[in-house]
Unconditional design. Structure first.
Ligand code: SAM
Ligand code: DTB
Ligand code: SF4
Length: 345
């Protein structure tokens, strides 16, 4: 199964990876310098979008958008200090700590998501790391259940050990989301309770276990343009590109240290997505948090720049997302076709 082939080849097989050769004219590199990334990022916007769109069309010939559903299976009460996060126990954000959801409840939500058109179901837990025991066993059960519904299963549970990564893989997990969040240089201003290297270690364990890697970041956290470029460069210069690259615009939540950050400008989001698309031509670029703060035109521009996945549903993990009917109407009027569910049998 190819590593990063067109139309989400991780789709449904959910397993890793031998890179498919890129189509002629598309180069897959792992040796980007900051100056090169910056030169792309700073191109005149329409030139940048044209370049990104050309790469996108060469790789993703069908030009479809994957609809993904996100569920917070364990909300709030997190011991970490990620300064963007409404679920950190130490910030007064009004998010209350809840227990891990029960398996049947999660699978009901997954079924509803599938009926609504999702082909990928992502489960998030506000944990620093996974602990072995009954809770992890339940998560494995959830993964098996989601896969048996014929969807890709993704999870984001914090740091993992090798054996946890292996058990997730054995349960059929398609992808693991663990973001670098920002550049190595800016990282210490955002999080102090775990290091950038901790994150790289977890990503390595995910990769070694044969699970596909979903790894991206957030813009709008007070970083410089070089920081944005260095985040993308760090992602692209890994030995394998992440199969998925979520790009989040900060949702500035009251009570977090980043509550007063200015909303990310459309042009900045589009530049980041387009640069990600050019650097990682075969990856799914996922337009993640921040859509509720964008108008329809901004979202369309992001898709034109190479984003080919959206989270739909009224909530992300704890914050708002556009209404389902509004999203469907936008896709319909723009003639954007969603990636179809797998045909069973
Ligand atoms: N606790 C696990 C972890 O941190 O790896 C998993 C859940 S965590 C909420 C998943 C990702 O959501 C974070 O890495 C971050 O990139 C993103 N995120 C969290 N809060 C956000 C916010 N306010 N705006 C944008 N993205 C956010
Ligand atoms: C990712 O990069 N973005 C999603 C998903 N991976 C798990 C999460 C966004 C969370 C936004 C804040 C919230 O709703 O709590
Ligand atoms: Fe906890 Fe994850 Fe939020 Fe950080 S991003 S505070 S680890 S839930």
């Amino acid at each position: 199964m190819p590593d990063t082939a067109p139309l989400s080849s991780e789709s449904f097989s959910g397993h890793a990876h031998v890179a498919a050769p890129p189509p002629p004219g598309v180069s897959v590199r792992h040796d980007w310098s900051l100056a090169e990334v910056r030169a792309l990022h700073d191109l005149p916007l329409l030139e940048l979008v044209h370049k990104a769109q050309s790469v996108h069309r060469a790789v993703f010939v069908d030009n479809k958008v994957q609809l993904c559903s996100l569920l917070s299976i364990k909300t709030g009460g997190c011991p970490e200090d990620c300064s963007y996060c409404p679920q950190a126990a130490r910030y007064k954000t009004g998010v209350k700590a809840e227990k891990l959801m029960a398996v049947p409840e999660v699978l009901e939500a997954a079924s509803r998501a599938r009926a609504a058109g999702a082909t990928r179901f992502c489960m998030g837990a506000a944990w620093r790391e996974v602990k072995d025991g009954p809770q992890f066993d339940s998560v494995l059960e959830m993964v098996r259940g989601v896969r048996s519904l014929g969807m890709e299963a993704c999870a984001t549970l914090g740091m993992l050990t090798e054996s946890q990564a292996r058990r997730l893989r054995e349960a059929g997990l398609s992808a693991y989301n663990h973001n670098l969040d920002t550049s190595p240089e800016h990282y210490g201003d955002i999080i102090s309770t775990r290091t950038f290297e901790d994150r790289l270690r977890t990503l390595d364990r995910v990769r070694q276990a044969g699970i596909s890697v979903c790894c991206g970041g957030i813009i709008g956290m007070g970083e410089s343009v070089d920081d944005r470029c260095n985040l993308l460069r760090t992602l692209a210069n890994q030995e394998h590109h992440p199969e998925s690259v979520p790009i989040n615009a900060l949702v500035a939540v009251e009570g977090t240290p980043l509550q007063s950050q200015q909303r990310v400008e459309t042009v900045d989001m589009v530049r980041t997505i387009a640069t990600a698309r050019i650097l990682m031509p075969q990856s799914m670029v996922r337009l993640s948090a921040g859509r509720q703060q964008m108008n329809e035109e901004a979202q369309l521009l992001c898709m034109m720049a190479g984003a080919n996945s959206l989270f739909f549903g009224e909530k992300l993990l704890t914050t708002g997302n556009p209404e389902y009917t509004q999203d469907m109407a936008l896709l319909e009027k723009a003639g954007i076709r969603p990636l179809e569910p797998r045909q069973e049998g």
